[in-house]
Write a protein that binds this ligand. Structure first.
Ligand SMILES: [Zn+2]
Length: 466
C-alpha cells in the first residue's frame, strides 16, 4: 500500500485521520453535529475510540447530510436496499477522486494474482457505470491486463463457453457462482480465481481449487469501503487491508436486532484486544464525497498482526465470518454453505425458515438427479414438495451445452437431510429438489411468515438469480 517511506503506519494513519476528521467536521452537516465537542486534531490513533459510531441507520436516515462540499463533488450515488436499516435504503456518495482511488487499489491488489498481459474474466456486475465490476475492469486495464467484463452469471452454459474462448489466467466472481461453474465446467484451467462480494466458504474455496487445479484468493469489500477493502496475497494468511485509505477497528459486537440506535455508542462498542473477533468498524482516511467515521459494518472479523510470509508488516483481515444479523440465527447461510457446498452433487441451494421448519431447495447435478430418480420409491419427491416454494428458483435441469462430467457419488434426499439434521438436531427439516411441481396456492398462503437464508448479495446492489 501507499505509505510514504520513513513513516510508521500509525503516524501515517494518524495524519490522514486528522485531515479526514477536520475536513469532514467542516463540510458535512451530519458530522459537524456528531463531532461537536471533539478536540481536533487527535493526539493518538487510540483517541478515535472516544468518537461516536456511525451506523447503517445513520446512512439510511441522514445519508445526504453526510455528504461533504455539496452535490458538485459527487460523481456516483449507490443505493442499497438492506433489511438492517428498518427498510430505508442506504445511499452512498462517491467523488471522481474516490472512484479513482478504488481503481488504483484494484490495480495494486490484482498484482497478487495476475500480471500485465494476462487475460482476466470478470463475473461481477458490470452493467452500471462505475459499479464494482467496471471499477475492477478499469483497475485491471491500469495494471496492463486484458479484462473481459462478462457480468453476473445467469446462464452457466454461456459462461463456460465464454471461458473456453481463450486461455484465461484469472477468473473473478461470487463464490457460489464460480463454484457452480467449476462443477459444471471442470475442464477449465485458470491459474487463479478471486472470490468476492459474498461470504467465501472454505467449502467453495476447496471445491474450486480442487476441480480447476487453481489457486483461490478472497477479497472483502463493501460499497461503504468504496468496494475495495482487503485482499489475500499468495501466502493465503489473511487479507491485506487498504491501509492508506481505511482504518479498521474490531469492536464488541451488537447482537441485538434491530439495534436501538441510542445504544450504539463508543461506550458499548468497546474495542477488542488485539487479535480478538468482533464487529468490523471502518473509518475512511481519504474519502471526499462521503467520509465515514467509525462505521459499524455489521460483519464479524478480526485483525491479524505481525509480518506476513509475503514480507508485508501491515495488519491483515482474517476470514470474514459473515453478517452479525444472520449469524445470530442458529440456521444461517454460512453454516449451511460449509455443510452443503462441500458436496459436489449440490450445485446450489436456497433455504427458507418458516413456522419452525427449515426448507432447503437443492439444485443438484444431473448425475445426482438421476440417482435420486432411481431411488424415488424410497425418497418420493412429491411428498417433500408439499411446503416447497418454487416461485423463485430455476429448474434443476442443467444447460445441455455444459459437460456435467464431475464424478458424483450417488446421493439421496435423505443423505442431505441427515447432513442438515447433524447440525440442527431440533429443527424440522424438509429437503427438496429444485424444479419440483409447485406447492398449491392454498398451502403457500397457509405458511406462516418466515425469513429466507440469503446470500449477502445486497452489497453489490443486485441479486443473482438462483
Ligand atoms: Zn501477505
Amino acid at each position: 500500500m501507499d505509505i510514504p517511506k520513513g513513516l510508521s503506519l500509525a503516524d501515517y494513519q494518524l495524519a490522514m485521520l486528522n485531515a479526514q476528521l477536520i475536513f469532514t467536521a467542516e463540510r458535512s452537516r451530519f458530522y459537524r453535529e456528531k463531532l461537536a465537542g471533539v478536540d481536533l486534531p487527535l493526539k493518538a490513533l487510540a483517541d478515535l475510540q472516544r468518537l461516536p459510531f456511525t451506523t447503517a441507520r445513520d446512512i439510511a436516515g441522514r445519508g445526504a447530510d453526510m455528504v461533504c462540499g455539496g452535490a458538485g463533488t459527487v460523481d456516483r450515488i449507490v443505493t442499497i436496499h438492506s433489511t438492517g436499516t428498518g427498510g430505508a435504503p442506504k445511499r452512498l456518495f462517491f467523488s471522481g477522486g474516490d472512484l479513482k482511488r478504488t481503481v488504483d487499489f484494484f490495480a495494486v491488489g490484482m498484482r497478487y494474482m495476475c500480471n500485465a498481459a494476462d487475460s482476466v474474466m470478470v463475473f461481477m456486475p458490470t452493467d452500471s457505470e462505475n459499479g464494482v465490476g467496471q471499477l475492477l475492469v478499469k483497475g485491471l486495464v491500469e495494471l496492463g491486463a486484458f479484462p473481459v467484463a462478462y457480468g453476473l452469471i445467469s446462464d452457466f452454459g454461456d459462461a463456460a463457453a465464454a471461458l473456453r474462448q481463450r486461455e484465461y489466467h484469472t477468473v473473478i466472481g461470487l463464490p457460489s457462482q464460480i463454484r457452480k461453474l467449476a462443477l459444471l465446467a471442470p475442464d477449465i484451467r485458470p491459474a487463479n480465481v478471486l472470490l468476492s462480494a459474498d461470504y467465501v466458504s472454505d467449502a467453495a474455496r476447496e471445491t474450486i481449487s480442487r476441480i480447476w487445479g487453481c489457486e483461490v484468493f478472497a477479497h472483502y469489500g463493501l460499497t461503504e469501503t468504496g468496494y475495495g477493502c482487503a485482499v489475500e496475497c499468495p501466502a493465503h494468511d489473511g487479507q491485506h487491508i487498504r491501509c492508506d485509505e481505511l482504518l479498521i477497528e474490531i469492536v464488541e459486537p451488537e447482537w441485538a436486532d434491530p439495534t436501538p440506535e441510542e445504544t450504539v455508542t463508543a461506550a458499548t462498542g468497546l474495542v477488542k484486544p488485539e487479535g480478538g473477533w468482533g464487529e468490523i468498524v471502518i473509518t475512511t482516511l481519504r474519502r471526499e464525497a462521503m467520509p465515514l467515521i467509525r462505521y459499524r459494518t455489521g460483519d464479524l472479523g478480526r485483525l491479524i498482526w505481525g509480518r506476513c510470509a509475503c514480507g508485508s508488516e501491515l495488519p491483515r483481515l482474517d476470514k470474514v465470518l459473515g453478517r452479525l444479523r444472520e449469524l445470530q440465527h442458529d440456521v444461517n447461510i454460512y453454516r449451511m454453505d460449509e455443510l452443503l457446498l462441500n458436496r459436489d452433487e449440490i450445485l446450489d441451494y436456497r433455504a427458507v425458515v418458516a413456522g419452525g421448519r427449515l426448507t432447503v431447495t437443492i439444485e443438484a447435478a444431473a448425475a445426482a438427479i438421476a440417482s435420486i430418480s432411481a431411488t424415488a420409491s424410497t425418497a418420493p419427491i412429491a411428498e417433500t414438495a408439499e411446503v416447497a416454494d418454487t416461485a423463485s428458483i430455476a429448474p434443476a435441469a442443467p444447460t445441455a451445452a455444459i459437460a456435467d462430467t464431475t464424478s458424483i457419488a450417488p446421493a439421496t434426499i435423505a443423505d442431505w437431510e441427515s447432513v442438515l439434521r447433524g447440525a440442527w438436531l431440533e429443527s424440522d427439516i424438509t429437503v427438496r429438489l429444485a424444479g419440483c411441481p409447485p406447492a398449491t396456492a392454498e398451502s403457500a398462503k397457509a405458511r406462516p411468515p418466515g425469513w429466507t437464508v440469503k446470500r449477502g448479495v445486497e452489497r453489490i446492489g443486485k441479486a443473482p438469480v438462483l
